[in-house]
Design a protein around this ligand. Sequence first.
Ligand SMILES: Cc1cc2nc3c(=O)[nH]c(=O)nc-3n(C[C@H](O)[C@H](O)[C@H](O)COP(=O)(O)OP(=O)(O)OC[C@H]3O[C@@H](n4cnc5c(N)ncnc54)[C@H](O)[C@@H]3O)c2cc1C
Length: 295
Amino acid sequence: MRAFIPNYQLVTPTSLSDVLNLLAQKKSGWQPFAGGTDLMVLLEAGKLPDKNYLNIWNLAELRGIEVSPEHVTLGALTTYTEVQSNPILREEFPMLCQAASETGGLAIQNRGTLGGNIANASPAADSPPALLAYDAELELVSVNGRRWVPYQNFHTGYKQMIMRADELLARIRLPRATTDLHQYYRKVGTRKAQAISKVCFAATARIFEGTVADVRIVLGSVAPVPLRCIKTEDVLRGAKLDLSSIEQAQAVLAGEIVPIDDIRSTRDYRLRVSLNLLEDFLQGLNTKAPRPVGT
Ligand SMILES: Cc1cc2nc3c(=O)[nH]c(=O)nc-3n(C[C@H](O)[C@H](O)[C@H](O)COP(=O)(O)OP(=O)(O)OC[C@H]3O[C@@H](n4cnc5c(N)ncnc54)[C@H](O)[C@@H]3O)c2cc1C
C-alpha cells in the first residue's frame, strides 16, 4: 500500500554545510534523498520508514568528474548516463560503464546515482562489483570533517556499512593504474535489460610471463554484501593458468561465496554461474590481450 504522503517531509538545503548540520541533528533523523530511484520504490510500497528527507540533488560539491594523473574522482551524484558519456571512464574503466549501461532503463540511468547505489547497500547492486574490482575509495563528509575509506571496508553486513548517520557520501575515487589490466564484467539476470542481477561478476588481472601477477575478483548477489573474493585471489596470485589451477580456484570460490535461494534465483544456479564466470574470465587471460587504454 502506498505511503501517506503528508507524513513525509522533503526539504532542499542550498549548501553542503546546511545538509551536514541537519544530518548532525540526531533526533530529527534526516536522510539524504539523491535521485530517489530506490527511495520512491519503498514509498510506493508503503515501506519507507524515515519521515525526514534532505534533497541533495542540487549540491554542486557532489557533482562532476575530475581527472588527475593518479585518479578519476566522481561526485556521489554522478548518474549512470554521465558515467557512460565520460571519455576517460569509457577508455579506462569500461566495467563501470558497462554496469551503468545495464542498470535499469534510460529513466533510471538519467536519475539514479552512483552514491545512491553504494549507500542503498544492496548486495545485488551492479556498480559495486566494478568499483571494488577497481579498488575504489570513498569520501565521507560530516560536520566533523572528511575521511577517505577503502570501499573494500565499507559494507560490513547486509545493508550495513561504516558510514555514520551524520555522514554523507561525497566522492568516489578510482586509481588510474589500468594499463595492461585485463577487465571482465558480466551481469546475469532473467533478461538482458531491466533485470536485477542473479549474479554479477567483475574482475581485473595482470599477467606477467604467463603467471597471474595480480588479480581482483568481486561478485554481487551471492553474499550479504558485494563480495571481494580474497581467498580465490590468493590461490591465483603467482599461479600459471591451466586446468588444474582454474579448478583449484573454482573450489576455493565455491567455499567463499554464500549464495541463497530467493525470489530471483536459487543457490545452486548462482553457484554454477559464479564458477562458470570465473572459468570464462581465467580462460580469457590466456587467450586475450588486455584492452589497451585509449582504444
Ligand atoms: C525500475 C528500476 C530499475 C533498477 N535497476 C537497477 C539495476 O539494474 N541495477 C542496480 O544496481 N540498481 C537498480 N535500481 C536501483 C537504483 O536505481 C540504484 O540503486 C540507484 O543508483 C540509486 O541511486 P539514487 O540516487 O536514486 O538513490 P536514492 O533512492 O536517492 O537513495 C538510496 C539510498 O541511498 C542513500 N543515499 C543516496 N545518496 C547518498 C549520499 N550521497 N550519501 C549518503 N547516503 C546517500 C539514501 O538516503 C537512500 O538510503 C533500479 C531501480 C528501479 C526503480
